[in-house]
Design a protein around this ligand. Structure first.
Ligand SMILES: Cc1cc2nc3c(=O)[nH]c(=O)nc-3n(C[C@H](O)[C@H](O)[C@H](O)COP(=O)(O)O)c2cc1C
Length: 277
């Protein structure tokens, strides 16, 4: 039997895109062809063309990004299709993987395995000085060989081969660890409080300063369609996903969050070349 696989992801600043691309290359080396697509370019119904779904997303506030979950909610129901899930994160994943697996199980997907990949924190980088240790570590980390992704690819390839040989997808169902409920609730409470506070400080304070040359990159690249030109000025509405793409991608480094990001670092993904469109 022939099998087609889809790696479906969202990436604000390039980390998840990098991991998705790495995984695709690794799978190709194991003779598994996987189509790569961002949720920004693939209609939910197009996922039906594939037999196996591999999804990837960044962690926001110990959870999957809300808009990502909303997208997943619109996926059509399927009959017993295999599912692999990965996230990229700086520190704390919360129940994000379990949450996504649960949602997609309800649509007929069978979660097989998952992976969390530690990456530089897209929420922290634009507030850090270019010389800071954190930035230097992010810039000099070895992204060329990522053992955990190699192993994940091997698990996916093994599942693909088993299904091809006629094994029932349901027999490959894996367990998603939920951790200790009390500890989870405690951490999640602290996280929600911290990010809730940060959100209030960050969201209303996006602005383009007088370095802006009106190239409109931010308008084109914002996944939330939150940026537009009003009366000749770059304006931010209230639909921001806080993905940090605009601030990192602006060629003039004109986009700021208040004054806290002035002359600070801008992140363009592990290879320094992330271009979302
Ligand atoms: C708004 C926001 C919230 C975040 N919250 C968390 C978090 O709770 N835990 C964590 O480990 N990383 C968190 N991060 C860091 C990202 O998950 C991480 O850097 C990820 O790799 C970014 O992926 P991307 O470059 O594909 O957007 C957050 C980032 C942003 C922008």
């Amino acid at each position: 039997m022939d099998m087609s696989s889809l790696i479906l992801y969202f990436s604000g600043t390039g980390n998840t895109e990098y991991v998705a691309g790495y995984l695709q290359r690794k799978l190709a080396s194991l003779s598994v062809d996987a189509h790569l697509a961002s949720i920004e370019h693939l209609k939910p119904e197009q996922t039906q063309d594939f037999d196996l779904l591999i999804i990837g997303f960044p962690i926001y506030a110990g959870a999957p990004p809300q808009f990502f979950k909303q997208y997943l909610d619109t996926l059509p129901k399927v009959r017993q299709k295999g599912l692999f899930v990965f996230c990229t994160k700086a520190m704390f994943t919360g129940q994000a993987i379990a949450d996504v697996c649960e949602g997609l199980s309800g649509k007929g997907y069978v979660p097989i395995d998952y992976l969390q990949v530690g990456m530089p924190g897209s929420d922290a980088l634009p507030f850090m000085s270019k010389e800071s240790k954190y930035v230097q570590k992010a810039l000099h980390k070895n992204y060329e060989t990522m053992e955990e992704i190699n192993e994940f690819a091997q698990k996916i390839a093994a599942a693909v081969n088993s299904i091809k040989q006629g094994k029932r997808v349901d027999s490959l169902r894996g367990k998603v660890s939920k951790g200790l409920p009390v500890l989870n609730a405690l951490f999640q409470g602290i996280w929600d409080f911290g990010y809730g506070f940060a959100e209030k400080k960050i969201k209303p304070n996006f602005q383009a300063n007088d370095q802006c040359v009106h190239c409109l990159q931010c308008v084109k690249q914002c996944p939330a369609k939150n940026i537009s030109i009003i009366n000749g000025k770059i304006s931010f509405a209230d639909r921001c996903y806080m993905c940090m793409r605009c601030i990192n991608q602006c060629p003039q480094e004109a986009i700021q969050i208040g004054k806290r990001t002035l002359h600070k670092f801008r992140w363009k993904g592990p290879r320094g070349d992330f271009k979302p469109h």
